[in-house]
Write a protein that binds this ligand. Structure first.
Ligand code: ROI
Length: 158
């Protein structure tokens, strides 16, 4: 079994609802159980500002699946939420990212783990630290230390 952290984000069509049902769907993935879920956070958009605020959450799961099978399951859930893969940095009904997969470093055409942008994003690191402040991001360091360098304005707990 492997401990994995998933980042959830939504900023369209009642984002809270997408996030809550997506958390339920994560718990229904085969060979996988939910260990903990952070608070819901409201965050200012990173990237283009002409879009609505996001709701962001991080979930900690334990899975017997491999990373690519887990990715398939997450993409199925995104599609069920009407996710259309359109513009980069644009608004989204539901985004599910594998942030970490155990202590593995993975680099292939479908996955880069640890998630390359997570170090710069308080909407990922703050909920992650809420779940596990002692966690080490493989190859990058302790979440608590990484967080101390980040601007945390624009993020509020709901
Ligand atoms: N901004 C915030 N605040 N939260 C997100 O989940 C998010 N996701 C994205 C981009 C467009 C980069 N901006 C975001 O994909």
């Amino acid at each position: 079994m492997t401990i994995v952290y998933i980042g959830l984000g939504s900023n369209m069509d009642f984002p809270e609802q997408h996030i809550i049902t997506a958390i339920q769907s994560l718990g229904e993935i085969q060979s996988t159980r939910t260990i903990s879920v952070s608070s819901l956070y409201k965050s200012k958009p990173v990237g283009p500002q002409d879009q609505d605020d996001y709701i962001n959450v991080v979930a900690k799961l334990e899975t017997g699946l491999g990373p690519l099978v887990l990715l398939d399951c997450l993409q199925t859930i995104e599609n069920e939420h009407g996710r259309i893969r359109n513009e980069r940095w644009g608004p989204r009904t539901l985004d599910l990212d594998i942030l970490m997969f155990g202590d593995e470093i993975i680099q292939n055409d479908r996955l880069t783990i640890p998630h390359p942008e997570m170090l710069n994003r308080s909407f990922v690191l703050v909920p992650l630290a809420e779940i596990d402040s002692e966690i080490v991001i493989p190859g990058k360091g302790l979440v608590r230390d990484l967080l101390s360098h980040l601007d945390q304005s624009g993020l509020e707990i709901m």
